[in-house]
Design a protein around this ligand. Structure first.
Ligand code: A3P
Length: 301
């Protein structure tokens, strides 16, 4: 299957990024910040016409919730179940697709592995119309913010040089690429009962990866033997993926596969910031099904 197998394209983006001023790296589209080089306005406009298919394997995640982890898992599931090798050079984010990639994707044989960080309301309408199955991964907001902070400072296409305190304030205001964590979570809360949607959490997968692999493959209708499930889980631990990350993510391997733990927030948050996040969580997600799934009391206290 052909996805965007162009590490050289990524390299040239990084080259271009060097020439951009920090303040020009992000721009707003419909009020939400996006990285200009990866998702320029033309890409965002083209999204609405994206033609989803019923048998696409679609992955959705707010940034830093474990998107690349699940890309690795889904690639392996598809490879085992279908004997199809899915390209592993670029993230299959539909908002990153250049027009030529979009064209190639339109012709790609099934199953296509696709993904996005865009808010549910901004996703191409065809996903709903086609009842495409969507895997959604969420992560507790404290670790998500910390991961995002390090990512921003180490990814040339994103603004760098920000202090943790400044990034935290931006995160809480939703002034970070792809917008507010809580806006994304609230939108998915409304789809928790949708049979075409499966919501998993980073923390649950850390606890039981083989159980997650089994559920995810069943959800997409792929049948795997128990030995295949175990093999995929073993090859998808943080250490296994970090080890092979120079193949999958080139020079950015150590940036995408940074620490891979639950609870790193404790090394960054001040008590005041922790309280501020607790208040935001209570305001937006307390009493919701997604809120319960995130197990905030256990992972964020
Ligand atoms: P940290 O920065 O906390 O280490 P995304 O892929 O959505 O950008 O998310 C990146 C986060 O997922 C990073 O978190 C990264 O280390 C973590 N991650 C990637 N692969 C993982 C794996 N196999 N197991 C656990 N965490 C993983």
């Amino acid at each position: 299957m052909s996805t965007d197998a162009r590490p050289s394209a990524a390299r040239s983006k990084f080259q271009e990024a060097k020439e951009l001023k920090e303040e020009d790296k992000l721009y707003r589209y419909d009020g939400v910040l996006y990285p200009r080089l990866m998702c320029p306005e033309g890409h965002m406009k083209a999204l609405k016409d994206f033609e989803a298919r019923e048998d696409d394997v679609m992955l959705v995640a707010y940034p830093k919730c474990g998107f690349n982890w699940m890309v690795g898992v889904l690639r392996k599931i598809i490879a085992e179940a279908k004997g199809v090798k899915v390209d592993s050079k670029m993230p299959p984010l539909i908002e990153f697709f250049e027009p030529d990639v979009m064209k190639a994707m339109n012709e790609a044989p099934p199953p296509r592995l696709l993904g996005t960080h865009v808010h549910l309301d901004n996703m191409p309408a065809s996903f709903r119309a086609k009842k495409t199955k969507m895997l959604v991964i969420f992560r507790n907001p404290k670790d998500t913010a910390v991961s995002f902070y390090h990512f921003s400072n180490n990814n040339p296409v994103l603004p760098s040089g920000q202090s943790w305190d400044a990034f935290f304030s931006d995160f809480m205001r939703g002034d970070v690429p792809w917008g507010s964590y809580f806006d994304h979570a609230l939108a998915w809360e409304k789809r928790m009962d949708d049979p075409d949607v499966m919501v998993v959490t980073y923390e649950d997968l850390k606890e039981d990866l083989s159980g997650g692999v089994r559920q995810i493959s069943t959800f997409f209708g792929f049948s795997l033997t128990e030995a295949q499930v175990q093999q995929i889980a073993e090859a998808s631990t943080f250490s296994a993926m970090k080890q092979s990350s120079s193949n999958s993510h080139g020079n950015m391997g150590n940036v995408f596969f940074r620490k891979g733990e639950v609870g790193d927030w404790k090394n960054h948050f001040t008590p005041k910031q922790s309280q501020e996040m607790d208040d935001a969580f209570n305001k937006h997600l307390a009493g919701t099904r997604l809120g319960a799934k995130l197990n905030y009391q256990v992972h964020c206290k």
